[in-house]
Design a protein around this ligand. Sequence first.
Ligand SMILES: Nc1ncnc2c1ncn2[C@@H]1O[C@H](COP(=O)(O)OP(=O)(O)OP(=O)(O)O)[C@@H](O)[C@H]1O
Ligand SMILES: [Mg+2]
Length: 233
Amino acid sequence: MKQEIAIKVVSLNKHFGADDTLVDVIHDANFEVYKGELVALIAPSGAGKTTLLMMLGCVDAPSAGKIWLGEQKVYDNKWITKETRKIRREKIGFIFQAHYLIPFLNIMDNLILLPQTNKVNETEAKQKARELLQYFDIAEKEEAMPSQLSGGQNQRVAIARALMNNPEIILADEPTAALDMSRSTDVVMMLKKIAKEQNVAIIMVTHDDRMLQYCNRVMKIQDKKVVFETSNQ
Ligand SMILES: Nc1ncnc2c1ncn2[C@@H]1O[C@H](COP(=O)(O)OP(=O)(O)OP(=O)(O)O)[C@@H](O)[C@H]1O
Ligand SMILES: [Mg+2]
């Protein structure tokens, strides 16, 4: 089967500061991530996992190098387009360690908030939100407030929210850190299913080695280099 590229990175470098304050984080990274795969990203604290995700998500500019998202080259020693926000909105879904649902909006309103600011028709957005809540087995929570849901349920809503714009790429920064083992496994299995069924490329930062068995590949940042471990499937 031909693997379709979702993310391609060539000679990617990232440092912060200069001279005495220089922190070299990523040095000459070269890799590809394919549609339909769940890739774990592991490395010690401070090694640059969040920094890497932020570059791939067009949030932070690299110091040098090239990034393609799908067919589109987005960075070549500078942003190729001024519309990084548009690319982010259209192609990428983010999931964070804390779910960051808005506490004073109910579940439905949390889900349709971004589509609405992107001027998507409300009826369409609600329909999409209902499909996703169904898919995640929390359809009956549509009108509940985040405080009335468990941690795992809120994280499922956060995943649903990341899927509202049909992204090609999901970047998840420790999505299971606040969850117990069984909830973490649920969330990771769910991400794997989404990757496969919706042909989405997912990069998931994790500190939990028990989650690696569910991932297709394991990417590591080691001595500022990005390397891949054994492939499971
Ligand atoms: N805006 C910034 N300015 C200066 N240094 C930064 C900035 N953001 C990150 N760094 C530095 O870059 C390095 C990588 O940070 P990053 O947050 O990517 O690590 P991480 O692998 O995500 O760690 P953790 O597992 O703790 O979340 C750290 O040394 C950090 O201090
Ligand atoms: Mg981090």
